[in-house]
Design a protein around this ligand. Structure first.
Ligand SMILES: NC(=O)c1ccc[n+]([C@@H]2O[C@H](COP(=O)([O-])OP(=O)(O)OC[C@H]3O[C@@H](n4cnc5c(N)ncnc54)[C@H](OP(=O)(O)O)[C@@H]3O)[C@@H](O)[C@H]2O)c1
Length: 258
């Protein structure tokens, strides 16, 4: 297959978890895939698992210059990126004692600005071609505030709003944008969680659902369906019901000014 006919994808966070599983799926389907992340050894392992066909571009998504340079080099060496999956992220569910400004900043820089840097780097060439598909990995955690989610959930809510807002500008340019909102998926990220994760999904099943959504150019890609239904319902509930549902019944403490 010549370079012009080859489908090129770029995935950030492709050295583990959802990004790796999606990279392997795309490679199996004949895509030429570039994977990015900070740890070269993890990217090399993705390549090994694919038996070639995948290329590693180590970078830190918080570094705009690095991201711009990587996109430009990928396009020079592999060809025009048709599909970019901005998936790099970190997520910790934290107790009140663990919350300080540095933790918030880290989540914003990696999860939100990391995706913004990818979009900035991709858009000039995609706009010139009037083609391309950008997928942002957000989360069902972005639907509403969650216990322990003060640092993580707002970044995912921001990504959902970013994708919704950009859609108005990108659609007339011929560029497709999607937001992927997974529930709990078994990856190194969720291996750190010490609470019950409802409807925890296998990472290969998640990648399969994600790729299906990408192929259909769906705006929102969600899985697992059962958790999405709960999250969707939770979004519509009045605050009093929502808070009670998530924390269970508890005696209300009076605020000092009451
Ligand atoms: N697992 C879930 O249940 C779940 C649910 C909803 C949404 N998500 C989202 O799915 C995405 C993938 O997460 P995952 O579950 O697959 O976890 P994961 O295995 O920990 O993957 C996160 C990836 O992001 C990369 N990354 C982190 N910081 C980076 C940085 N500064 N620059 C470049 N790459 C960076 C990591 O690679 P390096 O450390 O090598 O850089 C890693 O490969 C995240 O955005 C996450 O928020 C996950």
């Amino acid at each position: 297959m010549n370079a012009a006919a080859q489908r090129i994808a770029w995935i950030t966070g492709g050295g583990s978890g959802i990004g790796r599983a999606l990279a392997l799926r795309l490679a199996r389907d004949g895509w030429s895939v570039a994977v990015s992340g900070r740890r070269r050894d993890m990217l090399e392992e993705t390549i090994r698992l694919a038996g070639g066909k995948i290329h590693a571009w180590p970078l830190d998504v918080t570094d705009l210059a690095e991201v711009r340079q990587a996109v430009s080099r990928i396009e020079q060496q592999l060809g025009p990126i048709q599909l970019a999956v901005l998936n790099a992220g970190l997520g910790r569910f934290l107790k009140l004692d663990e919350l300080h400004a540095e933790i918030f900043a880290e989540h914003v820089h990696v999860n939100y600005l990391g995706a913004v840097h990818g979009i900035d780097a991709l858009l000039p060439a995609m706009r010139a071609r009037h083609a391309g598909h950008i997928v942002i990995t957000a989360s069902l955690a972005g639907y509403r505030g969650l216990p322990g989610g003060a640092a993580y959930a707002p970044t995912k809510a921001a990504l959902i709003s970013l994708a919704e807002s950009l859609r108005f500008a990108l659609e007339p340019e011929g560029i497709c944008i999607s937001v992927c909102n997974p529930g709990f998926i078994k990856t190194p990220m969720t291996d750190e969680n010490h609470f019950r994760m409802p409807f925890l999904m296998d990472v290969d099943a998640a990648a399969k659902r994600m790729y299906r959504g990408i192929r259909k150019h769906k705006f929102e890609i969600v899985f697992p369906l059962r958790l999405w239904l709960f999250a969707r319902l939770g979004r519509c509930l009045p605050y009093s019901w929502y808070f009670r549902l998530l924390r269970g019944p508890r005696r209300r403490r009076r605020a000092p000014h009451e």
